[in-house]
Ligand binder design. Structure first.
Ligand SMILES: C[S@@+](CC[C@H](N)C(=O)[O-])C[C@H]1O[C@@H](n2cnc3c(N)ncnc32)[C@H](O)[C@@H]1O
Length: 409
């Protein structure tokens, strides 16, 4: 009727009716349902079509623009009597290698022995009361993703690590020019059966990778605790090296300060050494001070600079500092390269030569290398072998699909 506003209603299933405010919104909803139906059809008819597929589900009732759920479909090539299950990753654990990488999720499906496993990540911008609520909300969608041949109304098991979905506490969120959007958040995990609070810095450009992590003790950062595996390996190697050969070590350079966990730890463990932390993004230095217990002092100095030019300038300078140890822990923002750490410019022979020039004769260089491409990893090892007398490689199981390397001069 003239001047009457049309009523637009959309029924996503038999139980729900949603009222929409515009035809555009209605079209969008219909298209997404069609898209989803096509995808379900493809993956139930062609096993190859489901390889590394993930589906992001938005909450139409929420004002948030980020997915509420991300569903990763993992199909195992071998046949199994257990056909299908969904696995809900507790909040905060999506950064674990087992849940955050394709290889990890395949291993999870192998361990669980289901032919198809849906691995479900819970969006950090949304609230989840319990595992039961997640199961109720997702039941319809999950059953549309079951493999062909399963009778309709089959009871689909929802698995998780416990009865909780865990809670994530956002401490601070912001945006910076070089990093983009980031968050500092706390999650509760178990360590030796005891609950521990871990405070993390996460970049949204790579949300399944923790940039910096600290353990909280009575509401404060525990400065004596290193949470990242590759930091632990670096520090342990350094300790052994100090005992054995590197007696002249007086200063350490850390490229990539982030939340400053490594620098802070080194400073409290070796207060007599000078620790220089180089960070490209000034916001990170502020975050390190505010949220990660980083306290600059005479022997703990932050430098806001590009690590690449910092090292090259230092190498070219007549009065250059000779460090006893250099640790490279810089992330790569370009996800298309298959390398999360460091950016390719830090893997060029001329940069490695500059690193060498900044080290004292017994100096030790650590590189955190996170790279999927095996050929490239081997290329980096070769290049390091050409530059240094001794090179050691330590693979860290459980860190985002990569090994890491340490190389000794
Ligand atoms: C993995 S985090 C470092 C974590 C840190 N080592 C710690 O102990 O917590 C990587 C950091 O490298 C910084 N970064 C990225 N590119 C850089 C560059 N070219 N020079 C210096 N820092 C850089 C990022 O801003 C980020 O804070």
């Amino acid at each position: 009727m003239e001047r009457m506003t049309p009523l637009l209603e959309f029924c996503p299933d038999e139980k729900n009716i949603e009222r929409l405010s515009s035809v555009g919104q209605l079209k969008e909803r219909v298209q997404s349902v069609q898209h989803f139906a096509t995808l379900c059809h493809q993956i139930s008819h062609d096993e190859k079509a489901s390889q590394d597929v993930f589906i992001e589900l938005m909450d139409p009732k929420s004002t948030k623009k980020t997915p509420k759920y991300t569903l990763f479909i993992v199909d195992r090539p071998c046949k199994s009597n257990q056909k299908f299950a969904a696995f809900v990753v507790p909040q905060g654990r999506e950064t674990d290698w087992l849940f955050g990488s394709n290889e990890g999720r395949r291993q999870l499906a192998d361990n669980a022995k289901f032919q198809r496993l849906l691995v479900i990540h819970l969006g950090r911008d949304h609230q989840f009361a319990s595992l039961d609520c997640v199961q109720t909300e997702l039941a319809g969608i999950v059953s549309s993703l079951q493999p062909q041949g399963l009778p309709p109304n089959t009871q689909i098991p929802f698995l998780s690590l416990g009865a909780q979905v865990n809670q994530r506490k956002e401490i601070h969120r912001g945006v910076s020019d070089s990093t983009g959007e980031y968050v500092v958040e706390e999650v509760e995990e178990e360590d030796d059966g005891k609950p521990v609070i871990l405070r993390r810095l996460i970049f949204f450009s790579n949300p399944n990778v923790i940039q910096s992590e600290a353990r909280m003790k009575n509401g404060k950062v525990d400065l004596k605790y290193l949470a990242c595996q590759h930091h632990l390996v670096m520090v342990e190697e350094l300790r052994q090296n100090l005992d054995m050969t590197n007696h002249g070590l007086k200063s350490i350079l850390v490229l990539g300060l982030g939340g400053g966990a490594l620098c802070t730890y080194l400073h409290q463990a070796y207060p007599q050494f000078k620790v220089d932390g180089v960070e490209i993004d000034p916001t990170m230095v502020d975050l390190a001070r505010k949220y990660f217990g980083f306290k600059p002092s005479e022997n703990l100095r932050p430098h806001i600079a590009d690590g690449l030019s910092f090292v090259q300038d230092a190498a070219a300078s007549e009065s250059r500092e000779r460090y006893g140890c250099i640790m490279l822990d810089v992330d790569c923002k370009d996800r298309s390269l298959g390398i999360s750490c460091p950016p390719p410019s830090f893997l060029e022979p001329n940069f490695i030569q500059s690193v060498k020039q900044c080290l004292n004769p017994q100096g030790i260089f650590f590189m955190n290398l996170v790279c999927r491409d095996e050929a490239r990893r081997n290329g980096v090892t070769e290049m390091l072998r050409e530059s240094f007398a001794s090179v050691q490689i330590k693979k860290i199981k459980g860190e985002a699909s990569g090994g890491r390397k340490s190389s000794k001069k």
